[in-house]
Design a protein around this ligand. Structure first.
Ligand SMILES: *Cc1c(COP(=O)(O)O)cnc(C)c1O
Length: 351
């Protein structure tokens, strides 16, 4: 691995006012693919990347990304949470979009080294972390439609505060019955920019109606609920934890998987299955829709206080965070920050 350090370092932002994804660290990881193989990974000063106006990514959207975090506790110990699972998922996304797969161990080592170099950028206040954004773009210059022969893989880092401006306030989500995000056989289970581009319109419409995000339904029947924006969805129905199954249209979240595993270990009943909007409405009317929350790396656990569907408005747990939601938030962040013992082998120590 080649390392070129920046000659002058940036002025760091106020760590108490970070927001999400606004500031970037001094260095980045950069690696090119050409002639059927990846070149040497390089850590170098954060800078623009060489993309020609004819680059295929700009025309046909051959792009994938990942999202993970590094945490630093008060003693300066730096950890990451299941980082290998992110790179393995990126390789599954790469396969589906006919892109080059990454050398997993080499990429992980390079990311760990980058995080170590940027350790002073990792905030330590509760809920804060260093967000890590691995990205791969096709970068052959041509306008024909076939898989690119050249790729750029890069990783940028951003110190982040809590994902939601209003902290852990329950969000309002709108069950989307016009637009679709993904259909069976599509790219719903890949972390690719294209999925996000096609989801923006629905989110804009929902925002005008006073909602924070959209809960997608299946594209075929408009009957089953899927996931929310950049989060997987969970419901507590009559004491049981229920989450839509991985049918290929939703992103297999690492936070989702972690939530299922810690809930099961604590003795909760967890069901992965199809969840219809009718079932949710019936349970709501019968007082059995106890809690709802989303899971994702950025927010970890995000309580949902209101679900809107057509003209119906369901207010969950009086619009407050539920007991299981709060327990899960404390448990998962506890494992991530090292407050709670990690019985699963998820935490990777970097120093
Ligand atoms: C990243 C992402 C998630 C959450 O996945 P995590 O691995 O838990 O961060 C959920 N849905 C979509 C669409 C995503 O892009």
């Amino acid at each position: 691995m080649k390392i070129t350090l920046a000659e002058t370092l940036k002025q760091k932002p106020d760590f108490t006012k970070l927001g999400f994804g606004k500031y970037f660290t001094d260095h980045m990881l950069y690696m090119e693919y050409d002639d059927g193989k990846w070149g040497e990974p390089e850590i170098k000063p954060f800078s623009a990347i060489p993309v020609d106006p004819a680059s295929v990514v700009l025309h046909y959207g051959q792009e994938i990304f990942e999202g993970m975090k590094a945490y630093k506790n008060a003693e300066g110990k730096i950890t990451m949470f299941r980082p290998r699972d992110n790179i393995l998922r990126m390789n599954r996304s790469a396969k589906r979009l006919c892109m080059a797969e990454l050398p997993v161990d080499e990429v992980l080592e390079a990311i760990f080294e980058l995080v170590r170099i940027e350790k002073d950028w990792i905030p330590t206040d509760p809920g804060t972390s260093l967000y890590i954004r691995p990205t791969m773009i096709a970068n052959e210059n041509f306008l024909g439609v076939h898989p690119s022969k050249k790729y750029i893989f890069f990783v940028i880092l951003s110190p982040v505060g809590s994902y939601y401006a209003n902290g852990l306030q329950p969000t309002k989500i709108y069950v989307e019955d016009v637009f679709n995000r993904a259909a069976l056989g599509g790219t719903g289970e890949c972390k690719c920019g294209g999925n996000y581009a096609s989801s923006l319109m629905a989110a804009e419409v929902a925002k005008k109606k006073g909602y924070d995000q959209v809960l997608w339904m299946d594209a075929k029947e408009k009957k089953y609920v899927g996931e929310v924006g950049s989060m997987n969805m969970f419901f507590v129905l009559d004491g049981k934890v229920v989450t839509p199954w991985l049918d290929g249209t939703i992103l297999p979240g690492i936070t989702r998987d972690s939530a299922i595993k810690v809930l099961k270990k604590a003795g909760y009943v967890v069901e992965e299955r199809a969840v219809s909007i009718d079932e949710l409405e019936d349970d709501y009317k019968n007082g059995k829709l106890d809690e709802a929350f989303g899971t994702g790396t950025a927010a970890v656990i995000s309580p949902v206080g209101t679900i809107g569907y057509k003209n119906d408005i369901m207010t969950i747990n009086n619009g407050e965070m539920g007991k299981i939601t709060a327990w899960l938030y404390n448990t998962l962040t506890g494992i991530q920050y090292g407050r709670i013992e990690d019985d699963f082998g998820w935490v990777v120590r970097l120093n």
